[in-house]
Design a protein around this ligand. Structure first.
Ligand code: FES
Length: 232
């Protein structure tokens, strides 16, 4: 089948503003959008710039806006999209070139919630034990691959770029509800800020965008409840 692929292009050395370019690409229904981008780059325009690595939905590097919704280019198939496909960079982050956005602000928000295990109490003789039920408490939020699809689909983030965003809260949740971790109150303090969880308006765009089907809004509400219970 022939696909009409529209790509929003921007070259900072040449363009004042981004613009659409259209390519005709031969594809099979089972091809991924990433295959189409490679076909354009290899056969039509080698300057086309995009990020990708694993090609299998693991690394999170190829999140982009596909037919108006944030998706991983390596996961979404042509037969799910039809003959006309549009591809744009993620919204709300500065565009570096074509489909590549500057992720520094996104990772700064991620770092602000201390996304790592903290336990300063003496190390037990054996390992720090955790029951299956305690492990299950935060299982969903361990699945995040930091693709930024959730944060950059969030109207609250578009309106206020200093909002830490869903991805940072998901990664805070992963440690706040880990029974072995000891820095929960510090993370809750960060997320009780004006740019923390209260910016969420439960719009659910993040849930729709997440390629790992994480129940993000529920995680945000659980963190909000923990703030009320721990700090109020
Ligand atoms: S290339 Fe790694 S998630 Fe798509």
């Amino acid at each position: 089948m022939r696909v009409e692929l529209r790509i929003r292009r921007f070259d900072p050395e040449r363009d004042q503003a981004s613009h659409w370019e259209t390519y005709q690409v031969e594809a099979s229904p089972m091809d991924r959008v990433l295959n189409l981008l490679h076909a354009v780059k290899e056969e039509q325009d080698p300057t086309l710039t995009f990020r990708r690595s694993c090609g299998h939905g693991i690394c999170g590097s190829d999140a982009m806006r596909i037919n108006g919704r944030n998706r991983l280019a390596c996961k979404v198939r042509v037969d799910q999209l039809g003959h006309r496909i549009s591809v744009e960079p993620l919204l709300g982050l500065p565009v570096v070139k074509d489909l590549v956005v500057d992720m520094e602000g996104f990772f700064a928000a991620y770092r602000s919630v201390m996304p790592f295990f903290v336990a300063d109490s003496p190390v037990p003789v054996r390992e720090r034990l955790q029951s299956p039920a305690e492990r299950a408490r935060f299982d969903d939020t361990t699945k995040c691959i930091l693709c930024a699809a959730c944060t950059t689909s969030c109207p609250s983030f578009w309106a206020r770029r200093s909002y830490v965003g869903p991805a940072a809260i998901v990664n805070a949740h992963r440690f706040i509800f880990d029974s072995r971790d000891e820095a929960g109150p510090e993370r809750l303090q960060v997320l009780a800020d004006t740019d923390g969880v209260w910016r969420c308006r439960t719009i659910f765009n993040c849930v729709d965008a997440c390629p790992r089907q994480i129940q993000i809004t529920r995680a945000i509400l659980e963190v909000s409840r923990a703030i009320v219970e721990d700090i109020a």
